[in-house]
Design a binder for this molecule. Structure first.
Ligand code: HEM
Length: 150
């Protein structure tokens, strides 16, 4: 189960990233261009929210079955001094959680306002913040906690 979930989690990052980039560009353009809020906008923003929440769910399961997280909790104090164990036990989890909370706040607060431009503005700001955090917390192959592209 662990390996299958890890591959799914790894591949789903691209779905999350593509949807987030589309949502941010759409929201920025429609906020700046003072455009109305159409059903297609709602779909883009909602699918992005669903993809990030699915990724959160898989991440949470992985957190409890991952041998590397287990290893970190075996001696948490020592793990905090090890860059790789600290990344998997704390940094990846915390940054991704904050990013997904920001995306959720953006989506739900945009639903509460009536003004279309303000809706796009809230999505643009919160989703962009989430996107930056997610890009930063992914263990890219060129980072010091390198994992494969897929
Ligand atoms: C949008 C959010 C997220 C993205 C894009 C993301 C991305 C990734 C990537 C690319 C990997 C490496 C996969 C591989 O080695 O093939 C990974 C691993 C992992 N992620 Fe996430 N992640 C996200 C959110 C989360 C969250 C919220 C949690 C925890 C609650 C989490 C927990 C983990 C764990 C435990 C591993 C595996 C560590 C291991 O056993 O090797 N992820 N994630």
């Amino acid at each position: 189960m662990y390996t299958g979930l890890l591959h799914l989690h790894s591949a789903l990052r691209y779905v999350v990233l593509i949807l987030l980039i589309i949502a941010v560009i759409n929201a920025l353009m429609k906020w700046q261009g003072k455009k109305e809020f159409k059903p297609v906008d709602k779909k883009i923003y909602l699918f992005t929210l669903i993809a990030t929440h699915t990724q959160l769910l898989i991440g949470l399961i992985l957190y409890f079955v991952s041998p590397i997280v287990d290893q970190a909790y075996a001696d948490f104090g020592a793990a905090m001094k090890d860059a790789m164990l600290r990344f998997w036990a704390m940094e990846h989890f915390a940054l991704m959680l904050i990013a997904i909370i920001l995306i959720t706040i953006g989506y739900s607060s945009s639903k509460k306002v009536v003004d279309a431009v303000v809706k796009h503005k809230k999505i643009a700001i919160f989703f962009l913040l989430g996107l930056v955090l997610i890009l930063f917390a992914i263990p890219w192959p060129f980072s010091n906690v390198a994992r494969p592209w897929f």
